[in-house]
Design a protein around this ligand. Structure first.
Ligand SMILES: C[S@@+](CC[C@H](N)C(=O)[O-])C[C@H]1O[C@@H](n2cnc3c(N)ncnc32)[C@H](O)[C@@H]1O
Length: 337
């Protein structure tokens, strides 16, 4: 017999509930699980480094379907606490049971900041917390909270490093389509929307042939040591043109690494690597920069969680080009929301 539909899809939920609790819907978990770069890297990290997990107590921060907890249990962890605040926790519970791991994995439904863990400390904290532009959604704070509260002094955080990079691209066609479009819509001036479109970084995949400059490392975060406040920073950059071209946008992306593995492991979300569901983050520039090979765009990027809604990220970009064919200097503001 089939189960009543209500108990399977949660018919008591409205679309507004799903909006505010997007991780309750299986669709977002499907997208994450099918991101092979992401999920396979975690699987390889765990299965190829069982020496890290054998007989260890693990905390999975934001367990979702429980996939990372299952990997850890299979790798020989003594016990795994899988904490998940959305109603996906109920599914995780069922998945753990149907795969025969109920004696090793305990699913705790609730916010990491609010639950009581049945143990005083854990040996390993594992989490997939990264958002678009690395910091969107601000789940890193939750990992740092868990680290400070429960991680043994000799314990590990996985992954333990995350780095944000910046590069510059030629993107005339797309800028025309997404930004300049608003200048004249069927003969009407809609420039007020252009302003908003400019302020909203675009999450999309960038063709590596569009890249005009080197990549600049902006910031590396050491998840095992950093303080919550370190997610706010200002970093200088210098992007040197590798050919004569026009620059329409800067592009941000991140890498994560698991440096405590037998061999360094990790993945990149950069435009030269296999695409992930994080894609890249494109910040359009007001100016079109006519750049000659060897010339540098210099500036700084300031990143901070939005004060009113800390899940949003505020970005201030300062850039200037003092080139043979182009002089430009400007400050632009963006909001990831
Ligand atoms: C990016 S998903 C990763 C899910 C799963 N670990 C995976 O790798 O497929 C992050 C999960 O963390 C959960 N989450 C976010 N903040 C949380 C918090 N403060 N406490 C508990 N869970 C949280 C979300 O509901 C979501 O399911």
């Amino acid at each position: 017999m089939c189960e009543p539909v209500e108990s399977i899809i949660g018919a008591d939920k409205t679309s507004a509930d799903y909006y505010f609790d997007s991780y309750s819907h299986f669709g977002i978990h499907e997208e994450m699980l099918k991101d092979v770069v992401r999920t396979k890297t975690y699987q390889n990290v765990i299965y190829k480094n069982t020496f890290l997990f054998k007989d260890k107590v693990v905390l999975d921060v934001g367990a979702g379907t429980g996939i990372l907890s299952l990997f850890c249990a299979k790798a020989g962890a003594k016990h795994v606490y899988a904490v998940e605040c959305s109603s996906m926790a109920d599914m995780a519970q069922e998945i753990v049971k149907s795969n025969g791991f109920s004696n090793v994995i305990t699913v705790l439904k609730g916010k990491v900041e609010e639950i009581e863990l049945p143990v005083a400390q854990v040996d390993i904290i594992i989490s997939e917390w990264m958002g678009y532009f690395l910091l969107y959604e601000n789940m890193l704070d939750t990992v740092l909270y868990a680290r400070n509260k429960w991680l043994a002094s000799s314990g590990l955080v996985l992954p333990d490093k995350a780095s944000l990079y910046l590069t510059a691209i030629e993107d005339a066609d797309y800028k025309e389509d997404k930004i300049e479009f608003w200048n004249n819509v069927y003969g009407f001036d809609m420039k007020c929307i252009r302003k908003q479109a400019m302020m909203e970084p675009l999450v999309d995949t960038v063709d590596q042939n569009q890249i005009v400059t080197n990549s600049q490392l902006l910031k590396t975060m050491d998840i095992s040591k950093m303080a919550a406040g370190d997610v706010s920073f200002t970093a200088p950059f210098k992007l040197v043109a590798e050919r004569d071209d026009y620059i329409h946008a800067l592009v941000a992306y991140f890498d994560v690494s698991f440096t405590k593995c037998h061999k360094l492991m990790g993945f990149s979300t950069g435009p030269k690597s296999r695409a992930t569901h994080w894609k890249q983050t494109v910040l359009y520039l007001e100016d079109v920069l006519t750049v000659c090979e060897g010339e540098a765009i210099v500036g700084s990027m300031t990143v901070a969680p939005n004060k009113k809604n800390p899940r949003d990220v505020d970005i201030m970009l300062k850039y200037s080009l003092n080139g043979r064919r182009c002089l430009a200097s400007r400050t632009q503001y963006y909001r990831m929301r």
